[in-house]
Design a protein. Sequence first.
Length: 472
Amino acid sequence: MSKPELLIVGGGPAGMSAAIEAASHGVRCCIVDEGRELGGQIYRDAHAIEREASPDLINPRGDELRKQLAALTNLIEVRSDSMIWGISDGNKVAVGKEASGTEFITPAAMIMATGAYEYIPPFPGWTLPGVMTPGSAQILAKNLNVMPGNRIVVAGTGPLLYVVASQLVQKGINVVAVLEATQRRDWLKVPFAGWQAWELLKEGFGYLRVLRRAGVPVYYGRIVTHAEGDAELSHIYHAPVDKNWFPDRDKEECLEVDTLCIGYGLQSRNYLAQLAGCKIEFDELGGGWVLQRDKRLRTSQPNIYAAGDGAGVAGSKIAELEGRLAGLDVAASLGHIDAEKLQQKNKPLQRELERFSSLKNTFARLTRIRPGLTELVDTDTIVCRCEEVRWKEAKEAIEHGGHDFRTLKVMTRLGMGMCQARFCWPPMARIVAQYKGCDISEVGPVRPRPPIRPVRLDVIAEAQSNQTQETE
Ligand SMILES: Cc1cc2nc3c(=O)[nH]c(=O)nc-3n(C[C@H](O)[C@H](O)[C@H](O)COP(=O)(O)OP(=O)(O)OC[C@H]3O[C@@H](n4cnc5c(N)ncnc54)[C@H](O)[C@@H]3O)c2cc1C
């Protein structure tokens, strides 16, 4: 295919829908995704053998979207197993692939559909083998057909807990309990607030039914305060919490488990957009630091759009709709459709977006991170897993003037490891803000630099020589 007009970063529901919509109006697109198949987190494709092992857990919507994409191959180039590790000059995009090195693409427009990460706050014992996120357990059980453990507790907050717990049950795994931090009375509001998105409510009740039939208790208003074990996890301790998630330690209970799946919702993944110069802002209900966008889903940078969880955590239905809206807008801005057609196509999509937004907002309010969670760390708790920085070291650095990501990184090495602060900084920013008694915006986000993910040196070296040749 000749040079793409539109580059889409991420092949989840948002990215796939954006490509389908734009290409069906004649836009030449390229989707880049680091996964071996398109699908993103929810529709991640499974190998044939795993499909056979878990047919009930495969979501047919992923296959439908992949089929629609395949019908447009003359206009959509798919680059899977490829990672965009940097952007310079606003739109010079470095696409790296092991074995074939780095290629630079300069598209006329870009849609960032980069998805989200799970949010994992540090607490005593969280680095023990046997503690993992619900998403990791899901990948093991659903996509790789590997049992994450034999006695599992799923804990934290948000809809993903129920999805994963029920999937583990369907794989025959003993889920001892689900511990949800938010109070039950607050969850009871969900059906009233989200009745318009009835299909999602039905899906949610389906997960609860699986858990009830299997006799898995769901305890609301409880958090895991610490985990213990010699070489690996053997016990967790959990306690009831007040509305700000401060635990009542006198009522702590212990459970014997070999696996704890723990996650407190999702946070937007937007390092790449930041490298392209897109502005971000802190949005408590959107998953932390999110991209600034206008009504047309355009970021602050010309011709760069953002759709789906990467722009603000909202779930797969909204990701699909936003992907389509962004794809349409790009088609209009590149002259493939006129303003009248754009408006006509936008209307039903906007109505659908509206239909899902009340449920999305309700979930966002229910699962927002509360201050009690940030006070679980004790002096010896590791707060940066990659560099093994402990809270006492970070605290000392704060007391000696460390006030934001950059200063704390230089003083303690926090955030300098493989994950490049993706996992440690979001909860640490809250811990630092709470400790100093200031607003989180004063503590600030990570300022990402290329490469945004670990890349082999020969891939970067080759990129450098390609760039030099280009300028000669
Ligand atoms: C671990 C996890 C498990 C989830 N499980 C469920 C579930 O079971 N059910 C459910 O309803 N919802 C689930 N969700 C939420 C749901 O997946 C999302 O709401 C939805 O997928 C958002 O779609 P998206 O297209 O915005 O992002 P995603 O589906 O996350 O897709 C983003 C894609 O971008 C790619 N990407 C990002 N950066 C780059 C880069 N620099 N270079 C190349 N590729 C890149 C990623 O590899 C990913 O494939 C899960 C979320 C997570 C994080």
